[in-house]
Unconditional design. Structure first.
Length: 89
């Protein structure tokens, strides 16, 4: 679970960092309208990608980033040796 979630969060973080770079670039006041449109298009694409990643990140068929819930994971060799992880959106 942790590795799956960490990979997804890393991808989300990369997109957020790029969005930050784009907003700084857009705020310089030196961009043409065409430049600003391109920046806005990339920001929208990155936000869409964040939504896609959070909506499709699954572990054993459970979406771990898109909804509240809980997941039981077998941690031992015997029945009943499980832990429950609470998932919060």
């Amino acid at each position: 679970v942790a590795q799956t979630t960490e990979g997804a969060l890393s991808e989300i973080n990369n997109n957020l960092q790029r969005i930050r770079e784009l907003t700084v670039q857009a705020s310089t006041g030196t961009n043409s309208d065409s430049d600003l449109d391109s920046i806005q298009d990339e920001i929208k694409s990155r936000l869409d990608e964040i939504d896609r990643v959070s909506g499709q990140t699954q572990f054993n068929g459970v979406n771990v980033l898109a909804k509240d819930g809980s997941m039981k994971i077998q941690v031992g060799a015997n029945d009943g040796q499980t832990i429950t992880i609470d998932l919060k959106k």
